[in-house]
Write a protein that binds this ligand. Structure first.
Ligand code: AMP
Length: 395
């Protein structure tokens, strides 16, 4: 997928650039940023354009303020964090349109950086309102999108504004995401193994089918494994499962059989009677006793999964193997994370929780690519066209 990138924009000095970034970072109750990964991921693009003398107008969403101004979703703390990371002043505009925004843009000098308030304070953003997009486009000279995490949404800032620019380009983060994810769905070095975990089977079951098609082996862990095990006739006690997904899970198992692809499921579990760290926990074999909940893959499964990853030339991992937020149930996730990090092949990790697990064991640097765009990467891998990418110019 060869989209125009910022390297193809030859004249950026003095130009006002609308740079769509994904600064949708988590905040605690005191408005402190608890994980700045997404801000850091946009730095290479921001730094490059600053160095080349562009005048940056950064636009992002945060959370779901539902088209209303809500200070708890303000990007002000992000401006401060960005200023710290860039070690240069970042100005902030409380409006994205109108006289305040215009004067903030007019004050920019070459190499300056301005962050606009949360674009989702405006209902026109999610509605992809043409007038709103046109007005924003009229305030700038160039359009760059580096918000891969928002590329699956056809919003004003991801699609509407881009239409006014023949040379709408991607930033380095978007470029890297496209490069790695295209490789996974294109022609990855084989064998290619996928690991999928996490809690929400409804959100990910389509991806499991797709991974069965494109990879050579699929390893399933986390909460979603229990719906598979139930369909296969095992007792799952009080573990999470999704009654509505039984049929699609059955179809997925049949797809793996038909394509002769290995679909690995846990052979033992770490269980407890309650969802907390205080409760007694233990390892059990495949069938879970009636009043227990499966909260992590068991030691035999860990060994099996680690062996199953040996020799991989490509690994894609999305979703934890257990409730890794609780210390009694984090071993499966951390051991799998560590095995992935040892691979000599291409390693792509996607999904906030798996990324957090990798960060917690300090292995982020050992991965070929960490995808910051949860929903967008899943849709891309499922084979959907992402509107935010389609809107960019081809090289
Ligand atoms: P997802 O966003 O789908 O990747 O899900 C991540 C969440 O799945 C994490 O918060 C985990 O605690 C949760 N999870 C992982 N394993 C289990 C499990 N066995 N039972 C319930 N939730 C789980």
């Amino acid at each position: 997928m060869n989209k125009l990138s910022i390297d193809d924009l030859k004249k950026v000095k003095g130009k006002r650039i609308f740079l769509r970034v994904d600064f949708n970072v988590p905040l605690d109750a005191n408005q402190n940023i608890t994980d700045n990964t997404r801000i850091k991921a946009a730095l290479p693009t921001i730094r490059n354009l600053i160095k080349r003398g562009a005048r940056l107008i950064l636009v992002s969403h945060m959370g779901r303020p539902e088209g209303k101004r809500d200070e708890s979703f303000s990007l002000k703390p992000v401006a401060e964090e960005l200023e710290r990371l860039l070690d240069q002043h970042v100005s902030f505009s409380p409006d994205v349109l109108g006289p305040i925004a215009q004067s903030a843009i007019d004050c920019l000098k070459d190499g300056d950086c301005l962050l606009m308030e949360n674009i989702r304070f405006y209902p026109e953003e999610s509605a992809n309102d043409p007038q709103f997009a046109k007005e924003m486009a009229s305030m700038v000279d160039l359009y760059v999108n580096d918000a891969f995490g928002a590329a699956h949404r056809a919003h004003a800032s991801t699609v509407g504004v881009s239409k006014y620019f023949e040379n709408a380009a991607c930033g380095y983060l978007m470029k890297k995401e496209l490069e790695f994810l295209s490789k996974l769905v294109g022609n990855p070095p084989r064998p290619f193994y996928s690991i999928i975990g996490g809690g929400k089977i409804k959100d990910k079951i389509k991806l499991v089918s797709r991974l069965i098609e494109i990879s050579d082996k699929v390893i399933v862990g986390g909460g979603m494994a229990y719906t598979f095990l139930k369909v296969k006739g095992f007792s799952i006690g009080k573990s999470v499962f999704d009654n509505d997904s039984l049929k699609i899970v059955q179809d997925t198992i049949e797809l793996a059989d038909k394509l002769k692809k290995e679909l690995l499921l846990p052979i033992d579990h770490v269980v407890a009677k309650e969802f907390n760290d205080e409760c007694t926990f233990m390892a059990v074999e495949r069938n879970i006793p009636d009043d227990y909940i499966g909260l992590d893959i068991g030691p035999k499964t860990i060994e099996m999964y680690k062996n199953a990853l040996k020799g991989a030339q490509t690994i894609f991992w999305n979703g934890p193997m257990g409730v890794f937020e609780l210390k009694n149930f984090q071993r499966g996730t951390f051991e799998v994370a560590s095995e992935v990090s040892k691979s000599d092949g291409i390693t792509v990790v996607g999904g906030g929780d798996s990324v957090e697990a990798i960060n917690r064991i300090g292995m982020a640097g050992a991965m070929s690519h960490i995808s910051t765009g949860g929903g967008a990467s899943l849709e891309f891998l499922e084979g959907h066209k992402l509107p935010g990418i389609e809107a960019l110019a081809d090289q």
